[in-house]
Design a protein around this ligand. Structure first.
Ligand code: SF4
Length: 551
């Protein structure tokens, strides 16, 4: 009994956390996401759901341990929370919130206590023949025999974990959909979207479950007042204006901090933000996106990205899908607005020309040809955009796109809106673990990240053009919202606040994604498309850039 020791354990490899073996037994992909790709977003939810805290344990004569133990022989480490002596035997205990399986312990829980027993045996130098798992939801204690078979299972699991850890490819989604319904990493893993793809391939109907949240409950904190200072007190982010009282925001409710112009942030707050998956971004006073930071990670995802992007035919296929989606959105907006403004005839020529460019995109043999068609379609779109503006808003009229610098108020507001969108897209790409500097359509011609410029194309019309045109027609923009200098127009402080409010409000609107078939806010749609893009080179291609503007 208890003679088996693992031949595969190596002192050179970092010890595996026992909780990672629990994840492995639950779903190999969960293990990979948590331990290899180091996606930490859901640690708290995952583990809080799996194990009871010491303070919640019943007082029944056991002994609480506080030390983390590590076994070089097994190559694992973990914290055995709870030990008991029964009839002279030492028994590791594990308490679970949930219910047991009908016939005993869940495989993942069993593997976990076997690992604890192995760790204790190695540490104490005495045999352990039994572990127990207490399931509180159905008030049942399950005994787990620690014998050669149990230790052999542990050895197999450790070997499998080591093999997976050396791969850059994610394992497939779990065959059992019920596992995903209780998995906190489902919004990152997107198992239902992969099943949808599989169902499309097999012409089957996928089960309709929603695992990707409709809203991101965390908000973007824009700091626009010059001289404001962002600090932190405990778990709160504190914004102190130059002349005014500090305002506090719970850190868990903040998804990003965006500093505009001369706003300051402390190093402590930056550290806190990195540790809590909160992006920090800077805009210049003129509304240009200056940069941002996010926690490191995503090594495996970047490897897959580089390898995917080295395939030219694949990049052309992605770019074609992207540009078709962009032009389809522009066409839809033009046609719908032209109808309601009674200028349908005036835009018909531009619409016909854009449709011709769409056909040209289908025939494009390389990225240059595709860029040519996309650029021409954009020119036709902007040539008639001014027809959608209420003539009474004369100060916001638009005669053509001008970028650096914007030469009229419309262009100033449009460019600032695109800069806000660019920030969100960069943040989404970094959150998904992609390298924004390597794109499949845009060329690296400026400091802007090509992959962010690629992904932005899906959202420009919906998140920026449409709300801007609507706000102009509602007479929301005033001349004093802008500063005009020789040949350039910038947003004044009030203009910046209005643009942020329009953009952030639009982002929260809920919309039904036509392909995955569920509703989500535009903010979440950016992240969803970034994740679907990542799947294009991670073994589940076909869903990216198939979204279209709603009717
Ligand atoms: S969502 Fe499903 S497939 Fe993805 S990690 Fe969780 S259990 Fe595994």
């Amino acid at each position: 009994m208890n003679q088996i020791s693992p031949s595969s354990a190596s002192e050179e490899l970092p010890a595996l956390r026992i909780m990672s073996l629990h994840a492995l037994a639950y779903c190999e992909r969960l293990f990979f996401l948590e331990e290899v790709e180091e996606i930490r977003v859901a640690d708290q939810r995952v583990y809080a759901g799996r194990t009871l805290h010491a303070a919640e344990l019943p007082a029944d004569g056991g002994e609480l341990l506080n030390a983390t133990l590590e076994s070089a022989a097994w190559g694992v480490k973990g914290k055995v929370d709870y030990l008991r002596y029964r009839d002279g035997l030492l028994i590791p205990f594990e308490h679970k919130r949930g219910r047991s399986r009908e016939d005993g312990a869940w495989d993942s829980d069993r593997l976990q206590v076997v690992a604890y027993a192995a760790l204790l045996m190695d540490h104490l130098g005495r045999p352990i023949t039994e572990a127990r798992i207490r399931y509180h939801a159905n008030n049942k204690t399950v005994r787990v025999v620690i014998d050669d078979a149990a230790l052999a299972d542990l050895r197999r699991a450790i070997t499998r974990a080591r093999t997976l850890a050396e791969s850059v490819q994610r394992p497939p989604v779990a065959a059992n959909e019920n596992l995903c319904a209780h998995c906190s990493l489902a919004p990152v893993c997107l198992p239902e979207e992969e099943r949808l793809l599989r169902a499309q391939d097999e012409e089957a109907t996928p089960t309709a479950i929603r695992l990707f949240p409709e809203h991101d409950e965390r908000q973007v904190l824009h700091v626009t007042e010059p001289g404001s200072r962002v600090g932190k007190q405990g778990e709160e982010i504190v914004v102190t204006p130059r002349d005014g009282d500090p305002v506090k925001f719970p850190g868990r409710q903040v998804g990003a901090i965006v500093l505009h112009g001369a706003a300051q942030i402390t190093s402590q707050t930056i550290h806190y933000a990195l540790a809590h998956n909160i992006g920090v971004h800077w805009f210049s006073g003129g509304g240009q996106y200056a940069g941002g930071i996010a926690a490191p990670g995503g090594v495996q995802r970047r490897h897959r990205q580089f390898s995917g992007l080295s395939d030219r035919a694949f990049c052309l296929q992605l770019a074609r899908r992207l540009t078709r989606a962009k032009v389809a959105n522009q066409l839809h907006f033009l046609l719908r607005s032209a109808r309601s403004h009674g200028v349908r005839t005036e835009v018909e020529e531009a619409v016909a020309a854009m449709r011709a460019e769409l056909r040209g995109m289908d025939r494009a043999e390389d990225a240059d040809q595709l860029r040519g068609h996309e650029g021409m379609a954009g020119r036709h779109y902007f040539s008639v955009l001014s027809l959608l503006l209420d003539p009474s808003a004369a100060h916001m009229q638009f005669v053509g796109r001008s970028r650096r610098p914007p030469r009229d108020r419309f262009n100033a507001a449009l460019s600032f809106g695109y800069a806000l969108l660019y920030r969100d897209v960069v943040a989404a790409l970094l959150a998904v673990g992609l390298e924004p500097a390597f794109g499949f359509f845009h060329r690296p011609r400026s400091a802007a990240y090509p992959l962010a410029l690629d992904l932005m194309e899906l959202f420009r019309t919906t998140l920026v053009d449409m709300p801007l045109v609507a706000a102009i027609n509602r007479q929301q923009w005033r001349e004093e919202d802008f500063i005009t200098t020789a040949g350039q127009v910038w947003l004044a402080d009030t203009g910046r606040k209005l643009a942020i409010a329009l953009y952030e409000t639009r982002k929260q609107e809920v919309w039904r994604h036509p392909v995955v078939g569920y509703s989500l806010s535009y903010q979440r749609a950016i992240e969803l498309e970034a994740r679907l893009l990542e799947k294009e080179w991670s073994g589940a291609p076909g869903l990216f850039a198939r979204m279209r503007l709603r009717g």
